[in-house]
Design a protein around this ligand. Structure first.
Ligand code: GTP
Ligand code: MG
Length: 393
């Protein structure tokens, strides 16, 4: 949470104005949830732009709602795709840069460059003149770009065909060094080049692209992007859990300040609606809603039944309702209460003495953390199952 907000909130809490501070927390988190992140995917025709748009949205090419893709040119005008679960994330599929009648500078005007937070230039095979012109023009417009070299799975397959004993790492290095050098020759000091297969985001360097974006985006957009990413690695799942965990702290304070509904088994009252929407957000970000599990099954070919067999939390893979959350909270109440005092103490430096002392804040916090942990463990198991990995969670 932004430091300025933290300071104001702490003052409010010290003044004991709990409803006011609860409202502030909710307003702030709501703003974060709705904060727009607008990504432009550009590059030459056929480089795999639309396929990347689909992959970022966690869906397969040619499924309903997917950006049209194919071996002949398909995208003719800028088209916006909204993330299926997070409408504040908008990904723009742009027409191939060489296919319009515009030069690179006019092309950027045509696609409305100002509105994008950053560009991803997608290039397959060789680094082309159009890639170079585009990169230059984007930089001239004071916008950021990241260079994705796509269809790496093709290159690996082709190389294997010619030389079964080839070294994959050497090949990847060769491709990356070549793209980097081309960009350096154009005057970019330390260009960011990522080798990707849109069909297999967990392989090669898509994860590095995500890490770089996390480092370079402003804090509010970093969280927005992280929580919307497909689960491409155990590390991403861990980071999602941490980010959701920090939101839980603030939501607990807001929920306790609302203190309207007594939850059976927990001695203090909480605002259940806040807890329920928080649990729903966790399930969405971790990819555990029925719709997202179905999409994962479509993308990986692992049956929905097999994925669901990995779930242990009663809140995973089902429609989350207030009644269900209440049931889970009640069932885990004994465990939660047993560990509440210690957790309350941990909240003190962050939220301030008044709320930290409030048992209902600490119990809510503990309950939500407990739910988040079990959901994150489910996500890890589903991820391992989906990718056929054998490593233990
Ligand atoms: N093997 C492999 N094929 C890919 C990859 N990305 C895209 N393709 C294929 O490449 C072809 C072109 O992909 P599109 O996503 O339609 O390319 P595009 O850049 O949107 O093309 P235009 O809209 O015509 O500019 C399709 O047949 C995709 O299936 C990839 O990472 N690996
Ligand atoms: Mg396209």
């Amino acid at each position: 949470m932004a430091d300025k907000y933290k300071a104001i909130l702490q003052t409010e809490l010290q003044n004991n104005d709990l409803p006011q501070s609860a409202k502030m927390v909710l307003d702030y988190l709501d703003k974060l949830k709705n904060f727009p992140l607008i990504i432009a995917i550009t590059g030459e025709s056929g480089s795999g732009k639309s396929t990347l748009v689909n992959a970022l949205r966690g869906i397969r090419n040619r499924t309903e709602g997917a950006a049209p893709t194919g071996v002949v040119e398909t995208t003719v005008e800028p088209t916006e795709y909204v993330h299926p679960e997070m409408p504040n994330i908008r990904i723009w599929d742009l027409p191939g840069v060489g296919t319009t009648n515009f030069t690179a500078d006019k092309y950027l005007e045509y696609v409305g460059f100002e509105k994008y937070d950053f560009f991803i230039i997608v290039s397959s095979d060789r680094f082309r003149e159009n890639d170079a012109k585009l990169a230059k023009e984007i930089q001239r417009m004071n916008k950021k770009f990241y260079f994705v070299r796509s269809k790496i799975d093709h290159n690996v397959r082709d190389e294997k065909e010619e030389n079964p004993n080839f070294n994959e790492e050497d090949l990847l290095k060769l491709i990356r060094d070549n793209c980097t050098k081309e960009l350096q020759d154009l005057g970019f000091e330390s260009p960011k080049v990522f080798l990707v297969s849109c069909f297999k985001l967990h392989l090669y360097k898509f994860e590095d692209l995500c890490k770089t974006l996390m480092e370079e985006l402003p804090e509010h957009q970093r969280d927005v992007l992280l929580l919307a990413l497909p689960n491409i690695s155990l590390d991403v799942i861990k980071r999602k859990k941490e980010t959701l965990g920090s939101k839980i702290m603030w939501l607990s304070a807001a929920s306790a300040a609302g203190a309207a509904v007594p939850v059976p088994g927990l001695s203090a009252g909480v605002d259940l609606s806040i807890i329920v929407s928080c649990v729903i957000q966790c399930a969405i970000s971790l990819g555990l809603t029925p719709g997202l599990l179905q999409k994962l099954s479509d993308v990986t070919g692992v049956s929905l039944e097999d994925l669901k067999a990995e779930l242990k939390s009663p809140l995973a893979g089902v429609k989350i309702t207030s009644a269900l959350v209440l049931q889970v909270l009640t069932r885990s109440a004994a465990y939660i209460l047993a560990t509440t005092v210690e957790e309350g103490a941990r909240l003190v430096p962050v939220i301030g003495t008044v709320v930290a002392m409030s048992l209902s804040c600490a119990t809510t916090y503990k309950a939500l953390k407990y739910i988040l942990n079990t959901l994150a463990e489910d996500t890890q198991r589903v991820f391992i199952k989906a990718l056929g990995l054998n490593s233990p969670v």
